[in-house]
Design a protein around this ligand. Structure first.
Ligand SMILES: Nc1ncnc2c1ncn2[C@@H]1O[C@H](COP(=O)(O)OP(=O)(O)OP(=O)(O)O)[C@@H](O)[C@H]1O
Length: 868
């Protein structure tokens, strides 16, 4: 064995070991995920058991508070469920006072689930993390204790607008609160600082930004004095997830808040958030230096919210019309929010909705504060119905009767989505949360979050939420927040539960292989494909040269996109970013699992919609909305479109999939023709479609093969084909005028769109001459000329690169001719499936020459430097 082949063998073995290792790693990852799910399920079951036991025993002080909807993760180590339940009682020293203020000051009749427990815990001096869905009333859990305690509560909040809203509200109920930020006057700041150490201070709550804590030594010294005088009664950290960079809204200044607990260890700290996983909470615990916090997590389920994902039409006008139709019909005269991706989108979408007679205003961070506040106020007072907003319209939006939150573009994470959609239905009445899920949007957002630590990961989770029709939407969300939910709990309040029958499991293995092959081919040509180009290529929309080199799909574009998204989410594809000084590009590359598709036994399945519920199409099948309203008027549109949108299942039968081009026997052809006559099942229709397509391909090949006499290899490689068409000027003319004959097939004469014109100009008997090699002329039919022009177009782009590179390497001018001179750089080129370059060039040449109507002496192309 020589050294070269030994190295090869080692390389092959190394590849195989690496692939196996990767496979194992994936299996381990999958097992770990399974373990996490089971642990989570186990905890839920243990809790159910405990509760069942509790119910069987006489309870000491449990109240009516809905403990069933709570769990404690950090709390497990500190307090048992039974102990926690003790805090649902109303027999604490402060209970009378809190009850009085609840009704008197806050004008509320009763506590919502877990509010009382949280209030009792913080009043008992415990450190507490309260994770409660947005709009469930977290603020009351520190505002009420503040009113019932001596001294004041320090509230750290991330946004000034949020603080202002709270202070306005507190003022309206006669609870005095102040805020301190950089824009406050000196006098105001001085008065607040002085009040902090005054036992008769005129305020119960002091709101500050985390920056203020980090930067103001004066504030820290006043807080210290207040602490020593026992006047700092509590510290509330709102949006506590901002501490953790694993949270969705990390803020660097939150990282410095650990100083508070270090300096004021006896003051109970209350961290509040609507969205934090247990890992985020653990991180917050460390950052805030809270030794043993109790965490109470209310159920994330918002039973009154209906979740739906709609496929976004690639035609932006159509998706806007769909949104407009919803607002005008289903949500007529109701209040809602349309979330968009960017400030520009906010302007554009609001203008488009206005054009469709909807009173919609935009809202984004770049507006001046007065305009923002005007829009907010008008919307809050129902003077305008719809706000088209970026995420700037978020925290602190507390309008109870928001009946719909529509996402014109997906959110960048599930946490974000949960929070944004959570603005709906705060009054506990039914409300809808609808996402328009668009393929290009994924990549717009992706390039935006590329710099964030876990931005891509979170975005893919969001994409998975939209793409996944396997599970109830709220249970997907619940799992994300470490909560276990089964589909029954949904009560058909999401589209996947409601339309379970419209989904079918399909095998996408062969489709995945096609996509992988396209990317491999692109990589072998040192080309990168954006997601849109990938879909174009796969659906046969790309340049002709690519179309001819790949297996295109007959899937509709939305179906093709769905498969690609699935491959991305599952790790068969992954993202590849490229940065320029001006922009970031997103490309697709093979993912870690792509190699598994080489294994013939590997299969890949997914659940897909059998009907696409894109623009204005779902209404026909939507039962009454959660608000009890019937389907709106766009049902007619639906019916008209329904037939077009049936999603045929994808069949795993390999025999039906596009095959390598083969000669078709008469039996095959007959069989195929016969099948056409018989009624076919849905599966057969799909099969038929593939077979039809396959037949067309193979028939065409067979024709060519009949002429050329052998089966053409599918592995063609670009070589230069210079086609020079001359209108029947005759062989001698061309020979007389070689410069004219050498002219490249110009656009006017070569590209597909010109075919018709050519046909019109040239009669059937007319022939064209083609300069078949630098010294040869052939006469060919116009159809063959078209084919050649097509072929030329097919190869020309890549050829330019080849010529460019060979030019660079060899420093020689390009020689016009049928086949370009491809020399040294290509000698060692690895072609797919070890096909030699010369073979593929020869195949091409045979194809070209097979088209000749009147051939001259057959001339084998000169392929310089190519090894046979
Ligand atoms: N016990 C209660 N009964 C009725 N309404 C309540 C109760 N507690 C709070 N609310 C109301 O619920 C609404 C939302 O409260 P709050 O702003 O505290 O929610 P939140 O959980 O802090 O939401 P976000 O995460 O969006 O800030 C407010 O209008 C509040 O008055």
């Amino acid at each position: 064995m020589d050294g070269g082949s030994r190295t090869n063998d080692v390389q092959v073995e190394l590849d195989s070991v690496e692939a196996e290792l990767e496979h194992l790693e994936l299996q381990i990852a999958e097992l770990l995920q399974k373990q996490a799910e089971l642990t989570s399920r186990k905890n839920a079951l243990v809790q159910q058991l405990e509760e069942a036991c509790d119910a069987a025993q006489p309870s000491s002080s449990s109240s009516s508070s809905s403990s069933s909807s709570s769990k404690s993760s950090v709390a497990d180590s500190v307090m048992s469920t039974q102990e926690l339940k003790l805090y649902d009682g109303t027999d604490f020293p402060w209970s009378k006072d809190t009850e009085q203020h609840l009704k008197g000051s806050f004008r509320l009749s009763k506590f919502r689930p877990l509010q009382l427990r949280a209030i009792n815990l913080t009043m008992s001096g415990k450190d507490l993390f309260l994770v409660m869905p947005t709009g469930r009333g977290k603020s009351l859990c520190y505002q009420l204790p503040a009113v019932c305690s001596k001294g004041f509560t320090l509230v750290i909040s991330p946004l000034v607008s949020l603080m202002e809203d709270q202070i306005m509200y507190l003022k309206s109920i006669n609870v005095s609160a102040v805020l301190m930020n950089a824009s406050c006057s000196k006098e105001h700041t001085k008065a607040v600082m002085a009040g902090m150490t005054d036992p008769k201070a005129p305020f119960k709550l002091v709101y500050v930004t985390p920056e203020k804590i980090a930067k103001s030594k004066l504030l820290m010294s006043r807080l210290e004095k207040a602490y020593n005088a026992s006047l700092l009664s509590r510290i509330a950290v709102d949006e506590v997830h901002c501490c953790s960079q694993w949270g969705h809204d990390f803020r660097p200044d939150y990282k410095l808040l650990g100083i508070l607990k270090r300096q004021f260890p006896k003051v109970p700290l209350l961290g509040l958030t609507a969205t934090a996983t247990s890992s985020v909470l653990r991180d917050c615990q460390k950052i805030l230096c809270v030794p043993q916090p109790i965490a109470i997590t209310a159920s994330f389920n918002r039973p009154n919210l209906y979740y739906e994902v709609r496929m976004k039409d690639s035609d932006s006008d159509a998706s806007l019309s769909d949104i407009a139709s919803l607002i005008k019909n289903r949500y007529k005269d109701q209040s809602g929010i349309v979330y968009v991706f960017s400030q520009k989108d906010a302007e554009v979408v609001s203008a488009e909705l206005q054009k469709r007679d909807i009173l919609a205003y935009s809202y984004h961070a770049n507006m001046n504060p007065d305009d923002k506040s005007l829009v907010h106020r008008k919307w809050a007072s129902n003077k305008i119905r719809v706000v088209v907003a970026t995420v700037a319209f978020g925290m602190g939006i507390d309008k109870p009767d928001v009946r719909f939150v529509i996402h014109h573009t997906i959110s960048k994470s599930i946490e974000n989505y949960y929070q944004e959609s959570g603005r709906a239905g705060r009054d506990d009445h039914p409300a809808d949360c609808i996402i328009y899920f668009g393929f290009p949007d994924i990549f717009r957002i992706s390039t935006m979050v590329v710099m964030e630590n876990v931005g891509q990961q979170k975005l893919l989770q969001m994409v998975d939420y939209c793409q996944n029709v396997d599970r109830c939407r709220r249970s997907l969300m619940a799992v994300h927040f470490d909560e276990v939910w089964d589909n029954e709990g949904c009560n058909q309040m999401c589209d996947t539960c409601r339309h379970a029958k419209d989904y079918t499991t399909v095998d996408i293995t062969q489709h995945a292989r096609q996509v992988v092959q396209i990317l491999e081919l692109a990589a072998s040509m040192d080309e990168k494909l954006t997601p849109l180009k990938l879909v174009d290529a796969w659906t046969g929309k790309g340049p002709a040269k690519r179309r001819k080199m790949i297996e295109t799909t007959t899937l509709s574009r939305p179906q093709a996109e769905t498969v690609i998204v699935q491959l991305l989410v599952q790790g068969y594809l992954s993202e590849d970013f490229s940065f320029t000084p001006y922009t970031t590009y997103f490309y697709m590359k093979l993912g870690r699992k792509a190699c598994f598709l080489k294994n013939q036994s590997h299969t890949l399945r997914m659940k897909m919609r059998t009907k696409e519920n894109g623009t204005a199409k779902v209404r026909a099948v939507v039962p009454p909305t959660p608000t009890g309203r019937q389907a709106d008027k766009d049902t007619s549109t639906v019916k008209a479109n329904e037939g077009d949108n049936t999603f045929d299942p994808i069949v795993p039968d390999n025999s039906c999939l596009p095959q390598h081009k083969q000669k078709l026997t008469p039996e095959h052809r007959n069989k195929s023709a016969k099948r056409k006559l018989n009624p076919v099942s849905q599966t057969d229709q799909w099969t038929e479609r593939w077979t039809d397509r396959d037949k067309k391909l193979t028939d065409r090949c067979a024709e060519e093969e009949d002429k050329s006499g052998f089966i053409m290899s599918q592995h063609v490689f670009e070589v230069d084909v210079e086609i020079n068409i001359m209108r029947n000027s005759g062989v001698s003319d061309a020979q007389k005028n070689p410069s004219h004959a050498d002219k490249h097939c110009s656009r006017n004469e070569s590209t597909a769109p010109q075919r018709v014109r050519q046909k019109g100009l040239i009669d059937d008997t007319q022939s064209l001459t083609v300069n078949s090699s630098p010294s040869q002329i052939s006469i060919i039919s116009d159809t063959a000329a078209e084919e050649l022009c097509d072929l030329r177009k097919y190869y020309s782009k890549q050829l330019r690169r080849i010529n460019y590179i060979s030019h660079e390497y060899l420093g020689q001018s390009r020689e016009p001719g049928v086949l370009a001179c491809i020399r040294e750089p290509w000698r060692n080129l690895r072609l797919p499936h070890r096909v030699k370059f010369s073979q593929t060039a020869w195949s091409l040449w045979t194809r070209v020459s097979g088209r000749r109507k009147v051939g001259q002496t057959e001339v084998r192309p000169v392929i310089h430097g190519a090894k046979e």
